[in-house]
Write a protein that binds this ligand. Structure first.
Ligand code: ATP
Ligand code: MG
Length: 593
């Protein structure tokens, strides 16, 4: 490709309204253009990357027993009512009406459509297992689209769905996909870590996210320094100290003006871990008959004073659709005193406590009267809860439940997600097969997504420097960035043109900067665009019948004789891709069964 002809323009200025380095660099390098909030065009250079990633994904999906198909974007809303996710997806679902007033939506994911497809096609155990996938555009009306391709409202995803006869077979499909994901990210030259994850709106039991560590990431990852435990904060377990002191007599204390846990701990000179924090939430649930959501219900949440509440864990525990901090009005209506609310003597409000509470012994809690608190509130003696669940958020320095090691927190970007769905969808939607004994059984399912376009931006988050993008060689738009200097001199132009042809004949893809620009501009653009290997043809190098080589990731340059250049460039590219192939091999071979 000649740079003079390439559609898209590089720019030196940092674009306004960009919140991540990948977003800035993608705009500056002319890879994407925004059409509407969270909606982008992929320009030719970005599409090259998209296609290379797509090729690797397809090879690994096929090697893992996958069959590619393509499902519709437009989906009837009835399917979503059948699975019960119409309400759960809420405003994320792009809804539309056709000319006959029929309600449709644009697919944010395809569990419903694939389950419908398979239930209409599969008859017996002989038709299983099935691993079906597509690479397709998804639509999600995200509340906060951000960071360019990282969180778009229209984006491309690879989604595979597995259908098996029993749990053991589902586990085999899951392992095959897990392996395929490790191989895909490694082959793309990306480094990811698998972490235990929350299953979110998809439902199901076990799920793992593949996370690329990056400070700009929205996900918070908890990792143990002592063992290989890693989990999304929305799911992470941590150790809560057990205090087995006997209950002390309940005691009222005056606490004038004390409203917060910090004030309370200071005022009474006790650590925050000896207090009970009350947080009020309102929540709505999906109605069982599928007709929208229930009226808001107030929930009294109690947790040890020093531990933050994790709202995702709380949403899961309450199985609610929406959750928000209750307003003062909602709290007062329930007869509670914000700042001094107490679970003791409470009636008519659902009480949810974190696991830390029953284990913490005598705590200072509210008295449900202004400026008063209670000492030695003891779970089980003074009050009980409707639910005792894990709703705490791990903090750095907390201890690991597996090995007592120290937990640390890091940020990351979720690039892939594998789920064991079990029977959730097949039971709700009647996806059954005839077993060997002639009895109908629901199918065991799994689903596995990769953020195909998110990967492009994530790769840049992971691999860039002050000058621009540093593409991992396996997914770079072009292998070689060929820079021709002083092309107004005929012999130089002729040599550059010849090399351009010879490199392509040697099987390399080449971006040829044939523009009449200064060396400075050309080198800056080569750095910004980030191809793995830069070759420079110039009058000075040609005097020695040589070409200058430079790896994008390193400063050093070296000369190679002109006639040996295509072979040397090929060897260099192969060497740069070898590390990625070795990392994929280390994950193990594809599992097709
Ligand atoms: P997130 O938690 O980031 O919103 P999710 O868990 O809802 O994502 P999944 O339903 O698991 O997403 O989708 C599979 C993959 O699709 C994700 O791992 C992610 O890489 C990608 N993805 C999800 N939402 C978006 C988006 N809005 N823009 C780009 N990629 C996305
Ligand atoms: Mg996910």
């Amino acid at each position: 490709m000649r740079l003079s002809r390439l559609f898209g323009r590089t720019q030196r200025e940092v674009p306004a309204d960009t919140d991540t380095i990948s977003h800035q660099l993608m705009l500056r390098a002319g890879l994407i253009q925004q059409l509407a909030a969270g909606v982008y065009s992929l320009l030719p250079l970005a599409l090259q990357v998209e296609q290379k990633i797509g090729q690797i994904i397809r090879e690994e999906m096929n090697a893992a027993g996958g069959q590619e198909l393509l499902m519709p974007v437009v989906q009837p809303i009835e399917l979503w009512r059948e699975s019960g996710r119409d309400t759960v997806m809420g405003d994320v679902l792009f809804r539309l009406r056709d000319r006959r007033e029929r309600l449709l939506c644009l697919g944010p994911t395809h569990e419903e459509v694939i389950t419908d497809l398979v239930r209409r096609t599969v008859r017996s155990y002989r038709d299983l297992p099935l691993r079906l996938y597509q690479i397709q555009t998804k639509f999600r009306d995200e509340p906060r689209s951000r960071a360019g391709l990282i969180r778009g409202r229209e984006f491309s995803m690879k989604d595979l769905y597995s259908f098996d006869t029993d749990e053991a077979a589902m586990d085999r499909s899951y392992r095959a996909m897990y392996r395929a994901y490790q191989r895909i990210f490694a082959r793309c030259g990306l480094s990811t870590i698998p972490v235990e994850a929350d299953s979110g709106a998809i439902g199901g039991k076990e799920s793992v996210e593949f996370i690329m560590l990056a400070d700009s990431g929205e996900d918070q990852i908890v990792r143990c320094a002592g063992c290989d435990y890693a989990a999304n904060l929305e799911r992470a377990e941590f150790f809560r100290e057990v205090d087995d002191e006997p209950p002390e007599p309940l005691e009222e204390v005056e606490t004038p003006g004390v409203k917060t846990i910090e004030d309370l701990a200071t005022f009474l000179d006790v650590p925050q871990s000896r207090t009970l924090k009350a947080v009020f939430y309102s929540c709505t649930r999906a109605r069982e008959d599928g007709t929208g959501v229930t009226e808001p219900e107030l929930v009294f949440v109690a947790i040890r004073g020093d531990i933050p509440v994790n709202e995702i864990k709380l949403i899961n525990a309450l199985k609610c659709v929406d959750l928000w901090l209750a307003t003062d009005e909602e709290v007062q209506q329930a007869g509670l005193v914000a700042g001094s609310a107490s679970p003791v003597g409470l009636d008519g409000v659902r009480v949810v406590v974190d696991r830390s509470v029953p284990e913490a012994g005598n705590l200072v809690a509210g008295a449900n009267r202004p400026d008063m608190h209670l000492r030695n509130v003891y779970y089980g003696r003074d009050y009980t809860a409707d639910m005792v669940v894990d709703i705490g958020s791990a903090r750095p320095g907390d201890r690991c439940v597996h090995c007592d090691g120290t937990l640390t927190l890091a940020r990351g970007i979720e690039v892939g997600h594998v789920f064991k769905l079990g029977l959730v969808y097949s039971e709700r939607m009647g996806a059954r097969y005839l077993g060997t004994d002639g009895v109908e059984q629901p199918m065991y399912m799994g689903c596995y997504g990769i953020g195909h376009t998110r990967m492009i931006a994530s790769a840049i988050e992971q691999s860039h420097d002050d000058e621009g993008i540093v593409w991992p060689a396996p997914i770079a738009p072009y292998d070689v960035h060929l820079v021709g200097l002083n092309l107004n001199r005929k012999p130089v132009a002729a040599a550059a043109e010849q090399l351009y042809a010879d490199l392509q004949a040697a099987g390399l893809s080449v971006l040829f900067d044939d523009r009449a620009e200064s060396p400075g501009v050309k080198f800056n653009d080569a750095d910004l665009l980030g191809m793995p290997l830069r070759l420079t043809v110039s009058p000075r190098n040609l005097k020695q019948q040589a070409v200058e080589f430079k790896r994008r990731a390193e400063d050093e340059t070296w000369l190679v004789p002109l006639d040996e250049t295509p072979a040397a460039a090929r060897a260099e590219l192969r060497a740069q891709c070898d590390a990625a192939l070795a990392a994929a091999a280390a994950a193990g071979p594809p599992l097709s069964d």
